[in-house]
Design a protein around this ligand. Structure first.
Ligand code: ADP
Ligand code: MG
Ligand code: MG
Length: 875
């Protein structure tokens, strides 16, 4: 195995071995850009170092020596040479960029003798000493683990003594004194003198970079960004060039295009007479890159040209680090530039328009998740903010409103046109009306997949959750953050894209969807194979879905329609009915309301399919909770007038008791309701057919798809299919029209997936309800899993991803595959889609593409993401 590569022996595609920085240094060397020569010690060497008990094995030491000798020969300088010393930098470089997470040492090779040689050959003692003190400082920090602060303190003292403010103003004498003080500090802290031998300096530094792979910062960063802890880092040993030799020198960083808005202009900063991290460290205020044009026109021209070359070569915006030594430009690093969502769109579009990349490549340049940010209102970036706390960025967008602690109150105020912010420790399905009425939601508990987060994302409503600094007292209707107390009615704002909780109202900006954005999504539609639909329960959401480019509704839930204030009494009546007749009466009240619901959605979606799921949740969700009722009945005064009320409450309580289930998720829900109370489903089917018939009479084309939830096999499907056909035929006859409709089922139980072949005999479509299918396949109840043990599974890598966010291909995916194959065997033209939350997640969409689904369906706000992800899967 080879552990060390010279820059001219590597290339960009050797990233996993050479790290990002090393691979790109090699690539740039090979395309003839001015890169100071050097070598890369591989990530394999890093692993080897750890396996060898955190010691460099001899083979690696030997390879470094040999390659160094080669470098020395080609450069004509030698490490440690007392007349012509080579100086090098030792730079970490992981496979995935971890900006500022690991450490770099510059000017290595300096000691008391070589520093004099450098001074002599450059005729610049200040420069030589400045480089030396920097080296001791960086080596002291990275290798000897002496805190940066200790060095800074010494530096400040000496500058004060000389009476100067800036580093580059220090005289040779001051710098000499700094060096001596630094060395004393090292002796005091480590008990040994600062290493003079350049070879020793080098190997200690390489080891320190390997060690830095596991420092706290790096560890936390990797956890946050889901980077594998076992990858290891490479080390680059590179001959030094100097930006700190005088005013014809400098160092800088620049993007080939503006990373914040995508404008095609060099964007960056530089500092004259400076080295390394001075620009980012904020020691002096750097100059905008445009100024370089005036200050050093030739260098600027060369840099601008190099920037274009790199952009063309990498087919992407580059983030470049450079140094100017006595009027000569050197490139020290390049990588793909991180950018905002807005810039990402513009850049991808422009690169394709300029012919640098193809449309397909442009689509692949955009991270689907980023699109989310563009569709929501944002805080004006120039606004001054009073940030009180930061929670999890659960659902993007910004909102302001008055604090309200309960859903009913939120709904009341919302109806009066007030802007409210619902603040709760966590939310439950009972709070849904409050969430609908609120501008935004803030919770103190719960993660990115908590109820509040999921519901808010579905509605495209801003939400910050799990903000632990928020301590809520429902009793006093206040919450505190540190010493600050916020009362009900106070104004606050949240930024769901960053998790910030802000005092007062903040100025907002409406999202602007650029023409570039629309163009790119049109390109996406050309390449994608999957159709993208949206989940929508009402005409307004359906309208949004169309605006975002959905080609149909993949899931209309009917239970939300039952929750409205005008419906609930009838729904309860229906549930409480003691016999068929009573139930029938309640249902006759509900029928026209449901009919209007479906009429509205089908009308908006004229010409597009609308998949309507019949009632799914257990009935007790429509009744008050047992506790609530117990309190009400026991506190009710026993008076003559109250007798009937009491009797009613008691009847209700009996019913709630009777409906109580120990495991509602697996209880009396889905089509089991339709089995026990067929008249409920019949009413819904009738409502759909009536609406469809009326719209057909009006000349509109409707395409209802009637969906039976939670089937376990063909017997139920056959039972309902017969009802659907009878009601549809009767209705068509009655209205003297004919409309197209289909019947099908959700596949959300393993048994249904396994028996999909026979289900397809009656079902004309399948839609995977992967939320429930995940729960039932893994045997994890989502609410319990996410709060209690799922994190352990992820931490211990027993599962690679949260299966409720990213589809579990291995298990759930296998069930889906079985269902697709056997379903198509029975009915080759069966329509198959997915409507779980996975339908809006890029990696899950890729899988849906691979197994040949016809459509994915997601919340309206995720439709653009799905369109892009579907295109990316197909490219
Ligand atoms: P990071 O990964 O933190 O950006 P780098 O290894 O890129 O660390 O080093 C930081 C900076 O140090 C570079 O941007 C460059 O300015 C300077 N630097 C690194 N190596 C050299 C070198 N061989 N010659 C001159 N400057 C260097
Ligand atoms: Mg850095
Ligand atoms: Mg760098």
């Amino acid at each position: 195995k080879k552990f060390v590569y010279l820059f001219d022996q590597g290339s960009a595609d050797m990233r996993s071995l050479l790290g990002g920085k090393g691979a790109n240094l090699a690539e740039m060397t090979n395309i003839g850009l001015p890169v100071p020569p050097g070598m890369t010690v591989t990530t394999d060497a890093c692993k080897e170092y750890y396996e060898n008990g955190k010691k460099l094995p001899n083979q690696i030491i030997e390879e470094i020596r040999q390659n160094l000798a080669h470098l020395e020969k080609s450069i004509g300088k030698k490490l440690g040479d007392v007349t012509n010393p080579l100086l090098v930098s030792v730079r970490s470089g992981a496979v995935f960029s971890m900006p500022g997470m690991m450490d770099t040492i510059l000017n290595l090779g300096l000691n008391e003798k070589t520093v004099q040689a450098v001074a002599k050959s450059t005729n610049n003692l200040v420069f030589a000493y400045d480089s030396y003190r920097r080296f001791i400082q960086m080596f002291g920090d990275v290798v000897l683990e002496i805190h940066k602060y200790e060095f800074e303190q010494i530096l400040t003292q000496h500058k004060k003594k000389q009476g100067v403010t800036f580093d580059q103003e220090m005289s040779a004498d001051t710098l000499r004194a700094v060096i001596d003080s630094y060395k004393e500090l090292v002796l005091e802290k480590t008990g040994s003198i600062f290493p003079e031998d350049p070879m020793e300096q080098l190997f200690l530094s390489v080891e320190a970079v390997f060690r830095s792979w596991n420092n706290d910062r790096a560890f936390i960063y990797r956890n946050l960004n889901k980077i594998d802890h076992d990858l290891g880092t490479a080390v680059n040993i590179q001959s030094m060039v100097f930006g700190n030799m005088g005013n014809d020198c400098g160092t800088g960083v620049a993007f080939t295009r503006n990373p914040s808005n995508g404008e095609n202009l060099l964007y960056g900063e530089y500092l004259t007479n400076a080295q390394g991290e001075d620009v980012v460290a904020g020691i002096r205020t750097p100059q905008p890159i445009a100024k370089l044009e005036a200050e050093m026109p030739a260098v600027y021209a060369q840099f601008a040209k190099t920037a274009k070359i790199l952009e063309k070569h990498y087919k992407n915006v580059q983030d470049i680090e450079f140094t100017i030594e006595k009027g000569t430009l050197y490139i020290l690093q390049t990588r793909n530039g991180k950018r905002t969502a807005q810039a990402s769109i513009k850049i991808a579009h422009d690169l394709a328009a300029e012919g640098l990349i193809t449309k397909q490549e442009a689509l692949l340049l955009i991270e689907p998740g980023q699109l989310d940010q563009l569709l929501h209102r944002q805080i004006d970036p120039s606004a001054k903010l009073d940030i009180m706390a930061t929670g999890l960025p659960a659902s993007p967008g910004a909102a302001s409103g008055i604090v309200v602690f309960d859903a009913n109150h939120a709904e009341d105020l919302g109806k009066k046109g007030q802007k409210v912010m619902l603040v709760r420790t966590e939310t439950t399905p009972d709070d849904i009306h409050g969430i609908i009425a609120a501008q935004g939601i803030l919770t103190s508990r719960g993660g990115m997949t908590s109820h509040a987060a999921v519901v808010a994302r579905g509605m495209g409503k801003p939400c910050v959750c799990g903000c632990e600094a928020v301590k809520i007292n429902y009793h006093t209707k206040t919450f505190t953050i540190g010493d600050t107390m916020i009362k009900e009615g106070d104004l606050i704002s949240i930024d769901g894209a960053t998790g910030r909780v802000i005092a007062g109202v903040v100025p907002m900006k409406d999202p602007e969807l650029s023409t570039e954005y629309l163009t790119l999504l049109n390109w996406a539609d050309k390449y994608k194979k999957l159709e993208v639909r949206a989940n929508a329960d009402n005409p307004a959401d359906a309208q949004k879905a169309l605006e975002f480019g959905a080609k149909g509704i993949g899931l209309t839930r009917t239970e939300h329609m039952f929750m409205g204030q005008d419906r609930l009494p009838h729904v309860q009546e229906m549930i409480l009915a003691e016999n068929f007749e009573e139930r029938q009466t309640a249902l006759t009240h509900l029928l026209p309301m449901q009919e209007e619901d479906f009429y509205g959605i089908l009308k908006v979606m004229a010409g597009y399919p609308v998949c309507i799921r019949l009632l799914d949740p257990p009935l007790h969700e429509f009744l008050p909770s047992m506790n609530e009722l117990l309190i009400e009945t026991t506190t009710l005064q026993i008076t003559q007038e109250n007798m009937t009320l009491l009797a009613q409450k008691e009847a209700l309580l009996r019913k709630v008791r009777a409906l109580h289930e120990s495991n509602p998720m697996l209880g009396h829900r889905g089509c089991r309701l339709g089995i026990t109370f067929p008249e409920i489903y019949e009413m819904q089917i009738q409502a759909i057919c009536n609406a469809a018939a009326r719209l057909t009479v009006e000349g509109l084309k409707v395409l209802p798809e009637i969906e039976i939830p939670l089937t376990i096999g063909s017997a139920e499907m056959n039972f309902f299919k017969e009802k659907i056909d009878t009601i549809a035929n009767d209705t068509m006859e009655k209205y003297k029209v004919s409309f197209h409709y289909t019947s099908g089922t959700m596949i959300e139980l393993p048994r249904a997936a396994l028996l999909a072949g026979e289900l397809a005999e009656a079902a004309e479509f399948f839609s995977f309800g992967t939320n429930d299918l995940t729960q039932t396949c893994l045997g994890f109840s989502r609410d319990d899993a996410e709060g209690k043990f799922l994190n352990d599974y992820l931490d211990m890598k027993l599962l690679s991803d949260n299966p409720f966010i990213t589809l579990d291909r291995k298990g759930v995916g296998k069930l889906m595959q079985i269902a697709v194959e056997s379903g198509r065997k029975t009915r080759p033209d069966i329509l198959i889609g997915i409507c779980g939350e996975h339908g809006g997640e890029a990696r899950s969409i890729e899988f849906c593409h691979q197994i040949g689904l016809d459509f994915v369906s997601c919340s309206p706000y995720r439709v653009p993401i799905a369109r892009l992800a579907a295109a990316q899967s197909a490219i």
